[in-house]
Unconditional design. Sequence first.
Lengths: 443, 319, 305
Amino acid sequence: MPRITRVCLAGAVTALALTATACTGSGTSGANDDASKPSTITFWHPWSAPNEVKAIEANVAAFEKAHPNIKVKVVGNVDADKVNQALRAGGSNAPDVVASPETSNVGKFCSSGVFADLKPFLEKSKIDAEKTFPKPMLDYTQFEGTRCSLPLLGDAYGLYYNKTAFEKAGIKSPPKTLSEFKADAIKLTKTKGDSYSQLGFMPNFHGYEVTVPHLAAQWSPEYFTSDGKSNVAKDPAFKELLTWQQDMVKSLGGFKKLEKYRATFGDEWSAQNPLHTGQIAMNIDGEWRGGMMKDAGVDFEVGVAPFPVPDDQADTYGKGFLTGTIIGLASTSTKQNAAWELVKYMTTDTDAVVSFANAINNVPSTFEALKSPKLENDTTMQAFVKIAENPNSNTAPAAVNGSAYQETLQNFAYDFESGKAKDLDAGLKKTAEQIDTDIAKAK
Amino acid sequence: MTILHGHSAALRSKRRREGLRTLAFLSPWLIGFSVFFVYPLVSTVYFSFMKYDGFKPPTFNGLTNWTYVFSQYPFFWAAMSNTLWLVAIMVTARVIFGLGIGMLITKIKTGAGFFRTFFYLPYLAPPVAATLAFAFLLNPGTGPVNQLLGDLGLPQPGWFNDPTWSKPALTLLALWGIGDLMVIFMAALLDVPKEQYEAAELDGAGSWKRFRYVTLPNISPIVLFAVVTGVIQTMQYYTQPIIAGKTASGVIGAGAGQIYEPGYPGKSTLTLPQLVYTLGFQRFDTGSACVVALVLFALSMAFTALLMRRRSGLITVED
Amino acid sequence: MTNAVTAPPVSPAAPGPARATGRSPASRAARRQELLHWIAVHSLGIAAALFFVMPFVFILLTSLMDDRQALTSALWPRSWNWDNYATVWQAPGFLTWWRNTLIYAGLGTLLTVVSSIPVAYALAKFRFRGRRIAMMLVISAMMLPPQVIIVPMYLFWAKQMHLTGTLWPLIIPMAFGDAFSIFLLRQFLLTVPNEYLDAAKVDGCGELRTLLRIVIPLAKPGIAAVALFQFFYCWNDYFGPQIYASDNPAAWTLSYGLESFKDNHHTNWNLTMAATLLVMAPVIAVFFFAQKAFIEGVTLTGVKG
């Protein structure tokens, strides 16, 4: 190729690149459609298990019956990355309504503008969010004052314990404080050779739901200062959590020995979860575990309780980590009023919320539904509903770059537990700096 | 010159016709190359200086993305050092094993076709399927491999769950799919002139000496080819580490409230292509993704240039 | 090549002196040594074959277990659950993934072959200025990791063409020549003697007719290899569908769907392994039918040039 041609080509291509990027502006608001006219909207949800898919489809069918002019095209098994990608791409394939299981992405959804602000819709429908939804759920569905999503069922975390093992070890009731928890965990641990026949609790991170955000909730931490800077080095909660975790690791046999034991566990979502098999006697997990243990047919009695709290916060016992599915409107949608009808129905209609919660073993997300007599009343669900209602229960806040700050903190925790990082204060300080750098970059 | 003058008009028109003909034959690729290579490459350079989240219009932000990736993004250097490990260990292991299997297959006299088929087959296994299968086989607690190791009283590594064993586990997967190198080496070995072996034998050379002084010099260009293409393949290493990491960490598909951790365990399986995906399609930091993409570009083109160096004779560009 | 494999170039087991003297005890010793060598080589071969085959065996055995047993230490199924395969086959989406994969691989292969042949022919047989550079650019494009250009390409298909959520962003570019296929075909066409082409031209064929009548029939093995490689590339592609089709389950391919099959909350390794085998099966079947073309293709990538 002659040099001149090449230069011309490069020039033309550059011009093309510039025009390509010039027309990538944000979507225009589409709240001009008439929700009483016939229309078809597209709804994306994250569920994939057959019983969950059946439940959501039943839910949508009930909506279509109540709104015969609106048809809903349901697309399942879509995760947050795909939602982010599709909403940015726009176009005819893009959804109008999106449900996503990752609350940590709300910051990304709200701040980028891919989810529409729901304030005008709530006002129009005369819904007082504060009186409808529990506060922690309201918190994780908004970002910096912009309400771009609503809660669609919730998840709460608590303590699952093997009642049979408790009886054998002579433990009368589930632990309430972390020091009781430690004592019980040691009592429940039986070594066998250089391994265990039963472990009280698997404290290593990667021990399934044993993650920094899930455990940190017991300290009611502040992840960010009021001016939006990372607080992980200043709030003693994080130092205390990691110190506690290290102490647990040491008292139960040390990191290496525990990791070796962890490698013998089956998959978290399989019937071979170590709690099911009796390999561990206590674990932190979400409300869905109850149903899974029932399905797996475990041969011991299962107890559920709130996860213990630090000794100096004993009066807040009963709290736990909360999260849940969120639902919102695509800002690129041209049928936002019709789409809002679906969101409103799914999030605020008590019967819809209750029947969906019953079907997929999740915690309902409105005050009315939590009180509903139709809510299935098994003891597991009752315990988790209580955790969800506890005013001290909390969640990890939304950030402009999604869950990046949690990943950074968790990565430091991995380094610290394995002994790769030794200096806790310096490490947390560096972690805070990294979080600030990432957020500044994303703003 | 003057004598030929009469011909020159006809010659020129013939040249022009030939030029047009060439252009016509090349046209599909010329279009493809411009639209699917040059344009995106220029565009990648452009975006590396922009702040762009894929939604709001891009704005210029100078060298911010570059300084972020090189000095503030902890995953970048982890990915670079993993790449170095893979180049040093995995590529070497593959070349040695490929040569070994190639030599073995040329020596097998009974059932050669049968052996060749079975040696070659794993190379065809779709990477997602093969990686899922290996994640199952190498499950440290319940997989059959550790089961067998335990029965034999051997240590049971953590494989895809242990940062020191995850890359060796990937190497094992890569050795399983050795079929391509096996065939290339097999063909090269059969091309070595028999007389040279016979001469060496008459000189009383043992099998190591025959390998060292006859086989190796003859196939060294192929060894070099295997090394360089191996390095370039390592630059593109994506599907296997991403599936292995997701499967072993238990985070696959839509994990409710799970923290996705690229390069599980402990960043040990992170590669540069994964960073492009994580930055560009999970964090929507388009600019930084483009910086990593350009690093990837520079590295792969450097090694490609090595392949095409005229004297190396690896890929002959002339005919 | 196959003949050469069964008849290796040398018989390294026969030592020089034995052959030179030809005395009978020595030749017996030689024969014994040859036998030992045969045993050694074939034992190694069997060991290697076990390494290559055992994963398939484990996958097959696991795929037939019930889901409780699939994660226990047992290697042998306690009951043979052939219906696992029916379950996978009927799993939501599985048939769609099959159809999409066939469309992607079929159409992609067809377009690649059609668009790459003339380019490869020109690069192999035409003399023109810039031929060397053109060839170098083809090789560069061939070696370029797809991730380098993915960000702008994605924006192009999403924002300009509005084709994300489909497989078209992966198929359409194949109508414009694929660097690897061009390279491979060009290497093959170099081996076609120019005399054939000149003879055709003497007979008054234009370039296009020469290509259709002479070159393509002669290049059949090369074309077959290219087609096979492209088919397998599409079949195995994970990154492409992940980028362009992930947000629309109706457009997923087997490689991408397989990952989601092993999805959260409901991991059954027996079913995952059954699905894994079902994804591998067609590739293996095609290989058995087209082994020769395939292996010749691999050889072509490296050696001749």
